[in-house]
Design a protein around this ligand. Structure first.
Ligand code: PEP
Ligand code: MG
Length: 542
């Protein structure tokens, strides 16, 4: 028995027989050519053929895994035509007089290295996309078929890496799990695995020479582990887990696509919280009706410098597009307190939770704020985006924010950059905001109650300090009264109100929240269907 750990892409569990997909492609040979123009037209023709193949794969994916997942093949078609990529290939053919296969392989390597070196996970994942497109073009030029194997029996697929093209060609019913040595959790391959609900672990440091067809393996997407040649006890445990998981899945199946509606007919918005673009797969898989909280500050963490407007735009656009018209509420940067990055150069504070955090940083450092607003506004053209501001305490702050938003809109207008007017809401997560929520409700389109901070600030109990667990009590009357007050004030002014703090997922409080008039709940994706079940069993009764 030998165990490996990797990055989990989809939380599921499988036990079965291994099928190894080895990369059987020969290295590309460098050959001298005589006629650069002829070589370029050969490459052009390969490009046309690649687009035909990708269109066919798109159609197949559309009917098996849906539009959102199929979009990867559209993205590949665009990449085939990418100006920079093509120029780089043609230039090499003309200046070095080398064959197309070689020029494509080198350009593919260069672009993929460039993407891999970028900070953003999104751009890193594009490295695999360029490699996929390059391999396809080379295969066509060499007149080879796409490699792939037919699965006769259900199997755990183990590979160096899998392209989305290889994955959609497989029979979904015969795939028990994916294990890859390479691959990032935000790659399209990972996205596809999630969409197909296939347990998958990527980045598993296994030597493929040691693995062979017919071996047994347990793939545990909950733990991110893979066990080859499991002993009997491990197999029994895995079977028990699989049975529990099947039970959960049948519950999910029953609730998927069902309305989120109370017994007495009130329709509730049931959204999910995310921290990155790669979480969207979980949102869709769990049938959330939108994203109620995108914690955008996660894009700023674990890096050396600010994410650029372009990087942010790409991510917000990807999320909006993937959600396909469902609402996506992007919360602007909520740095400070426990979320720190050196490059912000913030002074050390005695009480960071009571210090410069959230909207306070944005109002003091408007350059940072404006960059983010530009990126979000640009992305509004690609879906149904709303903006939400954190850590508000006053009407004046909201007025100042709106002035800055108008300035940014003016800049975009002058540059003729399109955008849509988004709904704008605020988080109610300070007692001050709850207390003046009657005035705030006149200004904004919606409220989302952040019970995590509202509890901390109302009860003067640091949410980070485990020694205060007995004091940090979100059930405290003071917190619940503020939730009620906020809901009443929102409704007085015809605005909707949601909860996006952890308390939203606490099914012991669901009925009480519904009776307070909460219109929206935003919870971790894995809680969505359980909460839908609870709402469908509750009455609103007003
Ligand atoms: C909250 O405070 O409840 C909230 C949702 O925001 P965060 O947990 O990101 O502070
Ligand atoms: Mg908060």
């Amino acid at each position: 028995m030998v165990q490996f750990s990797g990055k989990s892409v989809y939380k599921g569990i499988a036990l079965g027989t291994v099928m190894v997909f080895k990369d059987r492609e020969e290295p590309v040979r460098r050959k001298k050519i005589e006629d650069a123009a002829a070589e370029i037209s050969r490459i052009e023709e390969a490009g046309i053929e690649a687009k035909v193949q990708l269109k066919a794969l798109y159609d197949k994916a559309l009917s098996t895994v849906g539009e959102v997942s199929a979009a990867v093949f559209e993205a590949y078609q665009i990449m085939v035509e990418d100006e920079d990529y093509r120029k780089s290939i043609y230039n090499m053919v003309q200046t070095e007089m080398v064959n197309g296969e070689y020029a494509i392989a080198v350009a593919g390597d260069n672009f993929s290295r460039m993407f891999s070196a970028m900070e953003s996970d999104y751009m890193k994942a594009r490295a695999a996309d360029v490699r996929n497109v390059s391999n396809r073009l080379i295969r066509i030029l060499e007149g080879r078929e796409e490699s792939g194997r037919l699965l006769e029996e259900p199997a755990v697929i183990v590979a160096q890496d899998m392209t989305p093209g290889e994955i959609v060609k497989l029979d979904r019913e015969k795939i028990l799990a994916f294990v890859t040595v390479e691959g990032s959790s935000s790659s399209h391959t990972a996205i596809l695995a999630r969409m197909m609900n296939i347990p998958a672990v990527v980045g598993v440091p296994v030597d493929l020479e040691e693995i062979h067809d017919g071996m047994k393996a347990v793939v545990d997407g909950f733990q991110g582990t893979v066990i080859f040649n499991p002993d009997e006890e491990t197999c029994i445990q895995a079977e028990q887990k699989i049975a529990r998981e099947q039970e959960r899945q049948s519950l999910l199946k029953y609730l998927k696509g069902k309305e989120t509606i109370t017994l007495d007919g009130k329709k509730i918005r049931l959204y999910a919280n995310i921290g990155s673009a790669s979480d969207v797969g979980y949102v869709l898989e769990n049938d959330a009706e939108g994203v109620g909280l995108f914690r955008s500050e996660f894009l700023y963490l674990g890096r050396e410098d600010f994410p650029t407007e372009e990087e942010q735009f790409q991510i917000y656009r990807q999320v909006a597009q993937t959600m396909g018209g469902k609402k996506v509420i992007i919360r602007t940067l909520d740095m400070g307190a426990d979320k720190q990055a050196d490059y912000f150069n913030l002074e050390k504070e005695e009480n960071p939770a009571l210090g410069l955090r959230g909207i306070r940083i944005c109002l003091k450092r408007q350059d940072i704020f404006k960059t983010q607003l530009r990126a979000i506004l640009r992305a509004t053209s690609y879906g149904n985006i709303s903006i939400m501001y954190p850590m508000i305490i006053s009407v004046e702050e909201v007025e100042e924010i709106f002035k800055i938003v108008r300035e940014v809109q003016g800049e975009l207008d002058r540059a003729e950059i399109p955008y849509k007017y988004p709904e704008q809401g605020i988080m109610i997560e300070t007692p001050a905001a709850a207390m003046v929520s009657d005035e705030l409700a006149k200004l904004v389109d919606f409220f989302s109650i952040g019970t995590n901070d509202l509890t901390q600030y109302t009860l003067a109990a640091d949410r980070q300090n485990h020694k205060l667990d007995d004091f940090y009590n979100p059930y405290h009357k003071a917190v619940l009264r503020m939730v009620r007050m906020t809901a009443e004030n929102a409704h007085k002014h015809g605005k909707w109100v949601g909860i996006c703090g952890e308390l939203a997922a606490d099914t012991a409080l669901t009925e009480e929240f519904l009776q307070m008039g909460i219109d929206e709940f935003s919870v971790v994706p894995s809680m969505v269907l359980r909460l839908r079940k609870k709402i469908r069993e509750s009455t609103w009764n007003r």
